[in-house]
Structure formats: structure tokens, C-alpha cells
Design a protein around this ligand. Sequence first.
Ligand SMILES: [Zn+2]
Length: 685
Amino acid sequence: MKILKLSITLILMTLLSKTNPITAQKKADADFVYQVDQFADLRILRYNVPGFKELTPKQKEMVYYLYEAALCGRDIYYDQNYKYNLAVRKTIENIVATYKGDKNSSDYKKFMTYAKRFWFSNGIHHHYSNDKIIPECSKEYFTQLLKGSDEKGFPSLHTSMDGKALPFADEITNIIYNPYIAAKKVNLDSKQDLITSSACNFYEGVTQKEVLDFYNAQTKEGDKQPVMIGLNSKLVKENGKLVEKKWMVGGMYSAAIEKIVYWLEKASVVAENDKQKEALDKMIKFYKTGNLKDFDDYNIAWVKDVESVVDNVNGYIEVYDDPLGKKGSYEGIVSIKDMEASKRIEAIGNNAQWFEDHSSIMDKHKKKNVKGIKAKVINVVVECGDAAPSTPIGINLPNNEWIREAHGSKSVNLGNVVDAYGKAGAAGVIDEFYLSDAVKDRVRKYADLADRLHTDMHEVIGHASGQINDGVGQPHETLKNYASCLEEARADLVALYYLMDQKLVDIGVMPSLDYGKAAYDEYITKNMMVQLSRIKPGDNLEEAHMRNRQLIDKWVIEKGAKEKVVEQIKKDGKTYFVINDYMKLRVLFGDLLREIQRIKSEGDYKAGHDLVENYGVIVDKDLHKEVLERYNKLNIAPYMGFIQPKLTPVMDGAKIVDVVIEYPMDFVEQMMEYGKKYSYLPVEN
Ligand SMILES: [Zn+2]
């Protein structure tokens, strides 16, 4: 499909005159610089926002208000990640702004690398591994930095981490350098107390058992419309009693939330239509009441708003940063609809019932009536909180299961982000990790569209399919800390199962099954090998997506071992995974899908636990070592994140008449600017 579209574009371009705006736009795209920085294991990219200039002035005004609303919550996510992240951030910002010493020394450069890693991760823990990042410059040098900077710019701290109150310099150095303080943001090692061993700031002074007892007592049996209990609060112990501190106007984080509400109220006035306005007004109401029923109402209204060009996610959304999967991390994503690319994803959504009916899952777990799968491709204008600088490529919301079943969900593919990833892509990986030229060729030619289709199918069909048996609770209750991993596996398997189905060719979204084969080649090689480049020697897999991907691969390889469906081959000392039978592999994906759907539908914790622990967690140490050696030679940082576009309103008196979009080049500059402009919360919450 894409090949075809490209060639037509090329023919058109040669036919059109030089001054044609389409040609000019293409030229501007070709000149766009995607990657601007690389350090540690990170790369900093930029994304373009096609379609922004074509918005009406009123739509641009609305985008601008939502952009401000998104950024105003930035502090919340830092604080959610760890209680002292804001103190660390203000310390870093003050050093960067006021340090008088040599800024060209190798020590200072090491400090700056730490600063950039900190910003990238929204805190002291690695955004993916959740491990604490320790600066490479020495503690002594860091103390020098503190002394050489403007004293008045540092925050004041009232902690007493070692049981006694220490001077600020000692305290902050301890927070940053002591490997035993807040060692891990989210600990998923089920042998430990997940709450006390995790540094995230969702709970304080409570144990895992206390948290579970507290929330289990609130679960109403037989409730057909359960709210996501605990989503919008920090749970603390005060005078021996458990208390929820709600994130709302007048509650915890109020100073930032009031600003968010201020901008949302402005956006509501210029909404494109009534449905969009209703959703925004309900979002505002939720921020004011903190009532989770209001959050559900907002989500229902948001799902119904399908006509609008401008869209907005703002609030406590994903629960991956909480080891118990209850607390929502703040995020803001403002986007505009990509009309052309949306046609592909809409064609998939229109066939949702067909996909459900023909799935490999048991009939009793199939939805008789798959409702309201609304899919589209968007171009992001700004992202913040949990969604930035590292971003998702697809989103499917809301997360509350009963709303998804009763009202459907909205599924979006972040088109311009995926595009930027592709353009900054690493060709070296294909050459290094695939064995035959034919497979390399296929991946090069077809993987781009195959990836997009995988994301579309994962979000639009995957998360929306299947049903839970009557009387079985939500996955977060039944499958606990394995729920996220198993849900991602389930959605991936739906995508994989259909990527080798003629149906996708017949509905016109995939030119041939070669794309499906490329998707399988990638899924096996990337997840059995390439993804291991993201973790440290000796570590096992922690992150839900990484776990689910290895789980799927190891399971199908094991079940297909006799027939050599996928073979592990050693050539010239290098390991390769080769798929011998794509159709049999498809059947195995279907078998695992049926089992994971059964686990979700029945709430079979034991089976879920065993699947994840046996297949998804443990890393093959020898293979890991080999992958690291091969990958390091390529000198490609494995993680990517983005500098956000900058919006500036053009005023006529008090009225916004236009909004200008710019694409900044400097990550540090943007982080410093945000730190100044959107700093609303105190350093200790
Ligand atoms: Zn997903």
C-alpha cells in the first residue's frame, strides 16, 4: 500500500510545478532533521506535525489551550515517579543555569549526560528498566557543582533520610548517589513486598498487604460498572490510619491541576462541537471533584467524540508505574487527526466483528457484539508526563474494562511519531541480526507498513476483543501484577494471528502476505535478540511489554520445536532465529492467544503467573552477552525520545488570531524552558 502511494506521489511531484505547495511541503519534509542528539543509551529525535498549518484559526487556538494544559501537569509525573524528583530536578536546573566553573571539562560533560538522562526519564530512575541512574561524575565533583552555583536557586529539603536532618548538600547528594536509597522505581519481583521495595510515590508508610486489604474492602461484588479504585490518589498512613490523598483541585497537586483546569476551560469555549465540549467539561469536573464516577463519565463522553479533528488525552491514564497497577500516571497528549492514514485503520475497525468471529479464542470468550472500535491515525502536537520524551506509538483508551465493553474504546496510531522512528531507523540492525539476504530484503521492504499494521491490529482489534466470564473481576484484581504483561501479550497475539490472514489483503490494507512474513521475522528476531540490548548483563526482564514479547516467542519456539517451526541457528559464531514455516507459526500464535484469553476470561492467576515467570522473565545469559557485543558494535542507542514542538499564539489585542508552530533543536534548552515555565508544585508532596 505504502509503496504504491509513494510511487504515485513521486509521479505527481514530477508533474507539478516547483511552486506547488505540495511539492514545497515534500521538500520541507525531506530537509527535516529527525535525530539531534545521542548519549548513554538514548537518542533524541524530533517529529514533524503535518496538517497543523491547515487547521482553522479556531482549531489552532484550541490546540494551543490544550497544549498549555498538557504541559502544566509536567511536575505531577516527576513527583509520582519518586518523592524527591522535583528536588533533584530543581537542583540540576539551578546548576545548569548558574554554575560559574568550567563547563567544558569532562566532568561537567558527565554531569550534563546525567542531567539529560534524568530529564528523559522524568526522574532518577531509568524510564524503561526502572533502575536508579547514578551520575558518572564523582560525588566530590557534584559537591563542587553545588558550591559553584547560586545558592539561592536550590530548593530546601526537610527530609531526614538517614534518621537525622542533614544539610541540603548532603541530603541531595545522598538522594542522587546512594544506590540503596530508592534503588528501583517499580519492583515486580514477587518475592518482595512490591510496595515497600518500589520507589514510586503512590504509597507511603504502607505495606503491600495493607494496600491490598484497603482496596479489596472497597471492591463491591457484582458491581457491573466498577470504577478504577485508587486511580487518582496517593495512599498514606496518618496516625495509624490509611488515608487517600486525592490528586484534584484543593487536594494533592492542586497548584498544577488548577492551571490544567484553567486552560481546559478556555479550550471548552472554542470546542469544535458539542460532543467535544461535553468531554472537556466532564474532564474539568473530574479534576474538581476527584470522584472516579466522574472520570468514567468523562471517558464515556470522550469515546463518543469521534468527529473532532483535535483530540486530547489528559489525566491519570496508564498504571504501569504502580507495581500493583492501580495508580494512574499523569500524561497529556494533544493531537490532530490524519485523514488519509485514518482510512487504513478505519477499514480494520470496520471489520472488528469479523476478526472477533474468526479468532482462535474459545467461542464462549468471544464478544457477540464488538462495539464502537473507533480507530484513527493522529499526528501528535505535544506530549507530556508519562508520554514524553519517550512516547507510545499507539494508544487504546479508556482503560476501564466495563466502559470498553459497554461503550467501546478509541484507538489511535501516532502517525508522525512512527514516521520519525522510521526515518531515524537503524539499518545496521537488519544486517547484523537476520541471516538470509531474502529475509533482510523482505524486512527492509515490508517492515515499515507491517509495523504500522501490527500497531493498528494490536490497538484496534487486540485490546478490544474477548470478554471476561460473568462474575470474574477485572484483570488487575484477578491477575494482579501479571495483568499488564498478559494483556499486552493478548493484544500482540491478535495482531500476529491476523497478519498472516488473507483478510487484511482482501480489505485492502495489506498488499500481500509478504508483509505478514516480515512482521513474523521481526517479531521473532527483535524480541528473542535485539530487545536484550536494552538491559544490563545479569538482569532479567521487568517491563511488561518486554516480558510479553519474550513470553510469546519462547512459548511458540518451544511448542514448535519438534517440527522446527522456528530454528535457532549458529553461523560463524553468531546466533540467528530462522522461521521455517510461517503458517504453522501462525497456528501456534493462535494457540497461545486462546490460552491467554482463557486466563483473562477466567481470572486464572496461577496459569498467568506460570506463563510469565516461565517464559517472560528469565534471560538466556549467553545469548544476552552475545547480543550486547554485536549490538554495541553498531553504536546505536536503543531508546528514543522526542523534543516537543513549540506553539506560540499570535495575538490581536486579547484575541488569538493564529498559532505558530516551531520545531526546537536543543533538548536541554527545552527542558530548562519547561522547568521555568511549568514549575507549579513544591519539591515535597
Ligand atoms: Zn497495548
